[in-house]
Ligand binder design. Structure first.
Ligand SMILES: NC(=O)c1ccc[n+]([C@@H]2O[C@H](COP(=O)([O-])OP(=O)(O)OC[C@H]3O[C@@H](n4cnc5c(N)ncnc54)[C@H](O)[C@@H]3O)[C@@H](O)[C@H]2O)c1
Ligand SMILES: [Zn+2]
Length: 354
């Protein structure tokens, strides 16, 4: 069990014994489970079997980031209302980061807040989204722009959920594992580079190592006043590219966009913080080898810049980046000019065309 300030993260086997015990002990008036069509098909039966004897009220929504919005929240709040959820009800969020962020947001605002428990089913949600209390939805083109901080009552991890996860989703989550290594731990990064096929990882230990990086950072800085910003490495440019890619016929997964973000932000690090050329080349070669090559020319460069400027992490109209001095050492609140950002995008483009 990994203890955080006011909740714990626990690995479970198929029986989900600790979750069952928690639900019985708390004697909730009703237990709701939020799923999307994929987790309903692949994960719900495991949970139902484990929680046999407890009545589960299922709320199902369509899968995907495109549905992480206020309309879907209305569907969820309506379902809670119609099935008479009260302040003593609990919502189990069974899914990836979309279900966790949006389910947590809906639970925290329904009747001024009901309990919720995260049961992340993607690699990304297990190592990242389910830890740290950030909840929310997308608004307009700006990701996660409406939301709040609130911790769940618990997080339960079951790595076998990955067995049904599409390979691209697994790799998307793996990008966050790479990010955690790049900002905190050069030894871990070398180990990742040596693990040629991520799908052969020993998931329990890989997940623990990675989530401990996030845990230690969010505990020191829960509300992102300072070092929590390190987790935004790769995300300032990555988020903008991710959002714009949805408007094309080649939408990127979160982690795939973060990979482009990490390469371009390593380039900014090289220019602004003397991030060594050798390490820039190592990171770019490793990431481009593992992930699909993306043609940035399909996106309007001016739109990319505009979206970066709208990033909610910016302060006083200045674009704030987290960059690297070297692998394992970050620096927050670094400013970069538009010209340099465009140069970084060009660096990526040239690199994938090599
Ligand atoms: N709160 C945070 O701190 C935080 C951190 C990082 C990311 N996020 C958010 O997380 C989201 C991305 O999370 P994600 O990558 O998990 O996306 P996701 O929830 O969309 O899941 C990815 C896809 O996998 C499917 N799926 C989930 N589990 C499955 C399983 N076991 N088997 C088969 N299919 C399965 C889903 O239906 C979906 O189609 C983004 O919205 C991002 O903003 C939040
Ligand atoms: Zn991310």
């Amino acid at each position: 069990m990994i203890k955080l300030q006011d909740y714990s993260i626990q690995f479970q086997d198929k029986g989900f014994a600790a979750l069952k015990a928690q639900l019985i002990k708390t004697s909730y008036s009703k237990v709701f489970v939020l799923v999307d069509n994929n987790t309903q098909a692949h994960c719900l039966s495991i949970l139902k079997e484990a929680l046999e004897g407890i009545a589960l009220h299922i709320i199902s929504i369509k899968a995907g980031e495109a549905h992480k919005n206020i309309n879907t929240c209305q569907t969820i709040w309506n379902a809670l209302m119609e099935q008479q959820a009260d302040r003593k009800s609990v919502l189990l969020n069974l899914g990836g980061g979309v279900i966790g962020d949006m389910g947590g947001f809906c639970a925290s605002t329904f009747k001024r807040g009901i309990d919720f428990i995260q049961i992340p089913t993607t690699l990304l949600a297990q190592v990242d989204a389910s830890i740290g209390g950030k909840l929310g939805i997308d608004f307009g083109l700006v990701k996660n722009s409406i939301g709040l901080f609130k911790n769940p009552k618990a997080v339960y991890l079951y790595p076998d959920f990955f067995q049904t996860l599409p390979k691209a989703e697994l790799y998307s989550g793996y990008a966050e594992i790479i990010k955690h290594a790049l900002i905190q731990n050069s030894t871990a990064f070398t180990q990742l580079v040596n693990t040629r096929a991520p799908e052969t990882s020993h998931w329990k230990s890989t997940v623990i190592d990675s989530l401990l990086v996030k845990k230690s950072i969010v505990e020191q800085d829960p509300f992102e006043q300072n070092i929590r910003k390190s987790l935004n490495f790769g995300h300032t440019i990555g988020h903008a590219i991710e959002s714009l890619s949805w408007e094309t016929d080649q939408p990127l997964l979160h982690g795939e966009a973060v990979v482009i973000g990490m390469i371009t932000e390593c380039y900014l690090s090289h220019k602004l913080l003397d991030f060594p050329t050798k390490q820039l080349d190592l990171v770019a070669t490793y990431l481009v080898g593992l992930y699909p090559k993306y043609d940035l020319k399909t996106l309007n460069q001016g739109h990319i810049l505009r979206l970066i400027q709208q990033d909610k992490k910016n302060e006083h109209q200045q674009i704030c980046f987290t960059l690297l001095e070297e692998i394992g050492a970050f620096k927050i609140n670094v400013h970069a000019s538009d010209t340099l950002i465009l140069e970084a995008l060009d660096y990526y483009q040239q690199f994938v065309q090599k």
